[in-house]
Ligand binder design. Structure first.
Ligand code: ZN
Length: 192
């Protein structure tokens, strides 16, 4: 999920990125698959091996997420069809492997979401504010907790990716049509 706080954090003056930061951002973004790439529609596979390769994958995902910048990233977004997601809440990094979500709260909230795989688009998405999360960490240890607010939202957004679902399917018909029109226009004029 795109870091939506960025726009407000940067005010009043847009912070200039150093050359190294711009280079890191460019490198991160070129690894992220965008709308139209069929891998984003795939349902990711359950992870069976909690090994060095998985540790390497999560490290790579943290780097890409931080450099992009985003507050969440699913493995499918970098073309790896495995049930792994990472996110950052309150400046700490988290990884969920094989996440299973249940018991969504009746209470829901509509919040504007952006996605690194749908660049330039922000759409309102209604989601439960609380959700029960069961998963494994990168070493295979069991995780079982209730996520709330932003954490619940990011986890739901990234779990959607693991099921081949994008924010365009989570918004209203009218918002989806508007977003697709904007994407088409941006493609025609060569801007994103
Ligand atoms: Zn996303």
């Amino acid at each position: 999920m795109k870091d939506m706080s960025e726009r407000t954090l940067r005010r009043p003056r847009e912070r200039e990125l150093s050359e190294a930061e711009s280079e890191a951002r460019r490198r991160a973004l070129e690894q992220i698959r965008v709308l139209g790439d069929p891998v984003l529609r795939e349902k990711a596979h359950v992870v069976e091996a909690f090994d060095g390769d998985l540790a390497k994958l999560t490290q790579r995902m943290f780097t890409i997420m931080d450099d992009a910048p985003g507050i969440g990233l699913a493995a499918t977004q970098i073309g790896v069809v495995q049930r792994v997601l990472v996110y950052r809440v309150d400046e700490s990094h988290h990884v969920l492997v094989n996440p299973v979500l249940s018991d969504p709260s009746d209470e829901t909230e509509v919040v504007e979401e952006g996605c690194l795989s749908v660049p330039g688009v922000v759409v309102p998405v209604e989601r439960p504010v609380r959700i029960h999360v069961r998963a494994r960490d990168a070493r295979g240890a069991r995780l079982d907790f209730i996520a709330e607010d932003l954490e619940a939202r990011v986890i739901q957004h990234e779990t959607d990716h693991l099921n081949g679902i994008l924010i365009l399917e989570r918004t209203t018909k009218a918002e989806r049509a508007r977003a697709l029109r904007e994407l088409r226009e941006a493609a025609l004029t060569g801007t994103r």
